[in-house]
Each structure stands twice: as structure tokens, then as C-alpha cells.
Design a protein around this ligand. Structure first.
Ligand SMILES: Nc1nc2c(ncn2[C@@H]2O[C@H](COP(=O)(O)OP(=O)(O)OP(=O)(O)O)[C@@H](O)[C@H]2O)c(=O)[nH]1
Ligand SMILES: [Mg+2]
Length: 279
């Protein structure tokens, strides 16, 4: 019987353990051991598991909260254009709040994600335990704790990722709601985008484009300007962003980032158990 083919992409912040997981999955680990260091280009490998041939893509890590980092654009374009069957969002359990900010962005991309809660050993050393079940409920996606350097949990995570590739198995993922003044403008833009730029909306979700336009994301504005009908829409979106700035008295990227960050922070607080450290 022919093997079923799947593609899984590893995405997340920088230095969370994506490459160690990639090596564990593709078997390179036995040869090179851990090879920490920034992944600049994406690495690819293939593994065979339970009748599946799985292509694994290791995406560059996201460094900052800035919407305009090259690594982030590479990662989000890869996810939107290639549409891997599953995105394994590798998260550093010892820096949950910061990492969840990117998770929320992946959810906005409407990407099929599961969360690999890595470095739980390091988090424990710092007196932090994360309730994976609670985190899974909050995000509406599966969450798996791992210690990549020891190989712990990797196989279970892979099984979950493969099961998750089945479209029938995707539960309802979290949808972040912004303040009404933002949502109103998102809705306006979403409708326009769907009627005026259906080609672009076939690649990127309309809601995501609308949110990025309100954040004045230069890369997305550029994508719009590639279309004749996009010019006017880009101008209109920018005028809506300026309205938001008047309401809030802050640049619109700051307004949007703060709401997202507050949300990430709330979830992180709810799922973190702070333990007393033993001497
Ligand atoms: N304690 C502990 N350390 C880990 C774990 N996973 C990875 N590390 C360490 O974290 C560091 C970063 O790992 P990488 O795999 O290079 O991280 P990355 O996400 O690929 O980083 P970028 O390519 O820069 O995005 C390395 O020093 C790893 O040995 C883990 O589960 N526990
Ligand atoms: Mg790497």
C-alpha cells in the first residue's frame, strides 16, 4: 500500500528547540547531537511513521514582537502559501507569555496548529509548571509537553500531529476578539477584501489580511498594491487605521499588539503554576 504523504512545519520563537526537535524527528540527532544555533534558512527532512511519509520543515525562529521581522514574514508566507497539513508550534514553557504571542498570530492565520510545549524541564528548574490540559482548552488546540534534548514526548507529539492532519479531527481553535472599534473595522475590510481581492483571500484568510492592514503591516500593504483594485483598498485601510490611532492616541500597531499581548499574558497566568523552589 502506498504511504500517505503529509507535511509538518515547525514554527515558533527563536531558541525554543525547533531544530533539536527537527533532528529528533528526522533522525539526524544521532549523528550530530544537538546543534544549537540560529536557523537561517529552512531545513527539510523526511520521516516514515505508522504508514505515513512525513516531510518536516524547520522554519526560522521569530525573534521579536515586531510585525516586520524577516523571519516572521518568511514563516507566515510559507504557512499561508504552502499550507502544511499541520504546524507544530514549538513553545518555550519557561517563557510562555512571550511565546503565546506568536501562537495567537498563528491562530489568526487560521493555521492548523498543535502546540509543542518544550523545555518543561527548564521551566520546572525555574519553579514553573504549565497545566498543558488547561492551555489546550484555552487555545482550542492539542498541547504536548516535551523535553526535546532528552527526546521525551516527541513520539507522542508526532502521533498527535499526524492524527490532527485529519480535517475531521480539528477542534474549534480560539478566535481572538479585539475591542469593538477594531472589530467593526475588521468586518468592513473583510467584506471588501472578499469581493475585491478573492485571489489574495484564497491564500491568506480575509480576517488576517484585515487585521494586518489595520496594523499597517508594510508587507501586506505591498501584497495589496500588486493588484489594480488593491491600491484603493490599501488607502482605505490606512484611513481606518488612522481612525483607530485617533481613538487610542497611539500608533495602530501598538494598539493591536497590546490587545494581543494582554490576551497572551492572561492565558499564561491562568495556566502557570508557580512552585516553591527546593534548595
Ligand atoms: N533544557 C532544555 N533545553 C533545550 C530543550 N530543547 C532545546 N533546548 C536547548 O535550547 C537551545 C536552542 O535549541 P534550538 O533547537 O537550536 O532552537 P531553535 O528553536 O531551532 O532556534 P532558532 O533556530 O534560532 O529559531 C539549545 O541550546 C538546545 O540544546 C529542552 O527541552 N530542554
Ligand atoms: Mg533552529
Amino acid at each position: 500500500m502506498a504511504r500517505r504523504r503529509l507535511e509538518i512545519a515547525l514554527a515558533g520563537n527563536a531558541n525554543v528547540g525547533k531544530s533539536v526537535i527537527f533532528n529528533q524527528l528526522t533522525g539526524l540527532n544521532q549523528i550530530v547531537g544537538n546543534w544549537p544555533g540560529k536557523t537561517v534558512e529552512r531545513a527539510e527532512g523526511t520521516l516514515h511513521f505508522e504508514g505515513y511519509s512525513v516531510r518536516i520543515v524547520d522554519l526560522p525562529g521569530i525573534y521579536s514582537l515586531s510585525a516586520f521581522s524577516m523571519e516572521e514574514i518568511v514563516s507566515r508566507d510559507y504557512i499561508a502559501v504552502h499550507k502544511p497539513d499541520v504546524i507544530v508550534n514549538v513553545v518555550d514553557a519557561s517563557a510562555l507569555e512571550r511565546n503565546l504571542y506568536f501562537t495567537l498570530q498563528l491562530l489568526e492565520l487560521e493555521a492548523p496548529i498543535i502546540v509543542d510545549l518544550n523545555q518543561v524541564d527548564f521551566a520546572a528548574k525555574r519553579g514553573r509548571r504549565i497545566d498543558a490540559m488547561k492551555l489546550s482548552q484555552a487555545l482550542g488546540v492539542p498541547v504536548f509537553p516535551t523535553v526535546a534534548v532528552a527526546g521525551t514526548g516527541i513520539k507522542e507529539m508526532l502521533s498527535t500531529a499526524i492524527a490532527f492532519a485529519d480535517p475531521e479531527k480539528k477542534p474549534g481553535a480560539l478566535r481572538l476578539r479585539y475591542g469593538v472599534e477594531i472589530e467593526k473595522r475588521v468586518e468592513l475590510l473583510e467584506e471588501l477584501l472578499e469581493t475585491e481581492l478573492p485571489q489574495l483571500c484564497a491564500t491568506y484568510p480575509a480576517r488576517w489580511i484585515a487585521l494586518k492592514l489595520l496594523e499597517k503591516d508594510e508587507d501586506v500593504l505591498g501584497k495589496l498594491r500588486n493588484y489594480g483594485r488593491g491600491q484603493k483598498l490599501a488607502e482605505y485601510a490606512t484611513s481606518l487605521a488612522t481612525e483607530l490611532e485617533r481613538i487610542h492616541g497611539e500608533p495602530s500597531p501598538v494598539v493591536m499588539a497590546s490587545e494581543r499581548y494582554a490576551f497572551a499574558s492572561k492565558i499564561a497566568r491562568e495556566v502557570t503554576i508557580v512552585e516553591t523552589l527546593q534548595e
